[in-house]
Design a protein around this ligand. Structure first.
Ligand SMILES: [Zn+2]
Length: 139
């Protein structure tokens, strides 16, 4: 369960995993930027979405991770309704890091319909990252 603040009206919304569709603000009906944290317990539910999911494997000590984090937040906001970002702290979730072979971070894994379709290793500059994720953002 994540708390997502509506950028349109400021309402704080509790958003759980949704297998179909995407979250809207109950107050103003805006599509919410869908960015949540996941752990080993919630990962499979959070990555089972009907929109493309970008999983961000990160760690607090990882400088490049801090560089791409705001880019992902921005993308989640601008592509609300078409993209979900799931953040995984590899230190807190070593099992997930092993499962996805996240030896080097930041690692972005793109998941569609429960399957990995792409991955980006390392911190790309904003423009390069948007270009790389272009097909995902286009639906
Ligand atoms: Zn709202």
């Amino acid at each position: 369960m994540a708390i997502i603040v509506c950028p349109s009206c400021g309402a704080r919304n509790r958003v759980g995993p949704i297998a179909s569709g995407f979250p809207r603000c109950p107050r103003c009906k805006s599509e919410l930027p869908w960015l949540v944290d996941a752990d080993a317990q919630t990962f499979d539910a959070e990555t089972s979405a009907s929109v493309p999911v970008v999983v961000d494997f990160w760690a607090a000590w990882c400088g490049p991770c801090r560089m791409i984090s705001p880019v992902l937040e921005d993308l989640a906001g601008r592509h609300a309704g078409r993209l979900k970002v799931v953040k995984v702290d590899v230190d807190a979730n070593p099992g997930l890091a092993v499962r996805f072979g996240a030896q080097s971070i930041p690692l972005l894994v793109v998941i569609r319909d429960g399957r990995e379709v792409d991955r980006v290793v390392g911190a790309l500059p904003r423009a390069a990252l948007e270009q790389r994720l272009g097909p995902v953002l286009a639906g």
